[in-house]
Design a binder for this molecule. Structure first.
Ligand code: KIV
Length: 259
């Protein structure tokens, strides 16, 4: 089994779309590891698994637990740790936390949300040998709204400058979230590192989604999600059948008991 490296990820730009997925658990990591170039242990775990209102509420300790599991069961994909809110307030705090994360989880890289404002932090981390994935456009940790970005010239310029700054600071890839297609395409053409789109068009170098969204486990996923299953309905059917079987004593049957 060939392990994905940052070098191999960079090499795919303009050649093959990068397949990326946010995942947090053993079973999903085992499957994603077969098909995905990058598995992101995203801070979306906060809202998806824990029902928190925002991604700001998850702690680094909880993220570390999920990341350890994912890394343990994903020996092929590149595993990226999403640094939670407030864990990279300045370059020194960022380095202390990222170093601990990489050491304890064995993840291959960290992801930080932000553009020009955090470029010096990204440069500091990459300079210290910590691979960094950027995240621009809609920034769930700090955005005041969840609207599509880049619709006016001021936003467009800012997002483009963010992309340039993060790329120049040494990151190996950038997530572009919820940005108009034309801008995502332009950024992808102009920067030397892969862009990973989420609600940012097919013109990005790769795509990422949150696994619960594509499986149909989320209540109201955004427009950019394609649902590949309706697992919530399927799970309900299973649990309903189980409840019926228990209440009518059809379960356990002869097959499920020890003689
Ligand atoms: O937390 C997450 O899962 C993410 C992706 C949606 C890019 O940041």
């Amino acid at each position: 089994m060939q392990r994905l490296t940052i070098k191999k990820i960079l090499h795919k730009k303009n050649k093959k779309p990068l397949i990326c997925l946010s995942s947090y658990s053993k079973a999903i990591a085992q499957i994603a590891n077969k098909y995905c170039d990058i598995i992101l242990v995203g801070d979306s775990v906060s809202m998806v698994l824990y029902g928190m209102k925002t991604t700001r509420e998850i702690s680094i300790e909880t993220m570390i637990l999920h990341a350890k599991t994912v890394k343990k069961f994903a020996n092929r994909s590149l595993v990226v740790f999403d640094m939670p809110h407030n864990t990279y307030k300045n370059k020194f705090v960022a380095y202390k936390n990222a170093k601990r994360v990489i050491k304890t989880t064995k993840c291959d890289a960290v992801k930080l949300e932000g553009g020009e404002k955090i470029a010096s932090t990204v440069k500091y981390l990459t300079g210290k040998g910590i691979p960094v994935m950027g995240h621009i456009g809609l920034l769930p940790q700090t955005s005041s709204n969840f609207k599509v970005k880049g619709k006016n010239p001021i936003q467009e310029k800012k997002i483009f400058n963010d992309a340039l700054a993060i790329s120049k600071a040494g990151s190996f890839a950038i997530v572009i979230e919820c940005v108009i297609e034309r801008l995502a395409r332009y950024i992808t053409q102009k920067i030397p590192i892969p862009t990973i789109g989420i609600g940012a068009s097919k013109y990005c170098d790769g795509q990422i989604l949150v696994v619960d969204d594509l499986l149909g486990l989320s209540d109201s996923p955004p427009k950019f999600v394609k649902k590949y299953s309706d697992l919530k309905k399927d799970i309900e059917k299973c649990i309903k059948n189980y409840a019926n079987d228990v209440s009518t004593r059809r379960f356990p049957s002869i097959k499920n008991v020890y003689k």
